[in-house]
Design a protein around this ligand. Structure first.
Ligand SMILES: [Zn+2]
Length: 235
């Protein structure tokens, strides 16, 4: 069974990367066949098998030999492994976590590229989290989780305008409602550590200065995903 889950996960990884790239190019995700970004030739089925196509073609297009980044291979492998992990620890309901991680990946990747979180991804996240919450007993802890980190970000923005993006606040409110106050706080601490190290790296390597804006959502999403996975092992 795990092998089918792995193949499904790799295929989802391939789809998520396709969605991200086409979103950036403002193209349709569904009504357009996969094509090479270098020469524009439509891909044959043999070039669309997750992981295997990249290995057989040694990371190159079969038509123009243009380079297919290694990150495509890594994304497929990452989602394959995450799918197996979610299924192993939570069986069928683990798939909701898996789809949530896929949306968090899109938010992180696209915020890194555009410094924006589209309301579309937040809406999908809202639906996935609502499904999970409906399976639970609804109580005040959901509201406390929702407000714990998001209210800190919101108040900071009032004192120091534009410290955080509006999307970051909604992201922490949504995920906080699912994870609860303690876990979303852990995710936030982790995210701040990642952002701190990344900022030091950018300043030391002179790629940014103290006034530069750096995307926050990739670190937030990483923190949330780590907490989600740890939570799956320990529950
Ligand atoms: Zn090509």
């Amino acid at each position: 069974m795990e092998i089918f889950v792995f193949i499904f996960g790799c295929s989802m990884g391939s789809f998520v990367r396709l969605v991200a790239d086409r979103y950036l190019r403002e193209e349709s995700w569904i009504f357009k066949r996969s094509y090479c970004f270098h020469c524009g030739m439509k891909l044959k089925w043999i070039s669309m098998i997750p992981l295997i196509s990249w290995m057989i073609q040694k990371g190159k297009c079969t038509f123009c030999h243009g380079k297919i980044p290694f990150s495509y291979f890594l994304t497929e492998l990452f989602f394959g492994l995450i799918a197996v992990f979610c299924f192993y620890f939570k069986r069928e309901t683990g798939m909701l976590d898996f789809f949530m991680i896929a949306v968090l990946f899109l938010i992180a990747y696209l915020d890194y590229k555009t410094m924006e979180i589209d309301i579309l991804w937040l809406s999908i996240l809202f639906l996935l989290i609502s499904c999970q919450l409906m399976m639970r007993k609804l109580d005040v802890s959901i509201l406390i989780g929702m407000l714990s980190v998001s209210s800190i970000l919101f108040l900071t923005n009032i004192l120091f305008p534009e410290s955080f993006g509006e999307g970051d606040i909604y992201l922490m409110a949504l995920c906080g409602s699912l994870l609860g106050a303690k876990k979303i706080f852990c995710a936030w601490v982790l995210a701040n550590m990642i952002t701190g190290f990344y900022a030091i790296y950018l300043i030391v390597s002179k790629k940014a200065d103290r006034n530069s804006h750096i995307p926050y959502a990739p670190a937030l999403c990483t923190g949330i995903v780590v907490v989600l996975l740890v939570n799956m092992i320990s529950s």
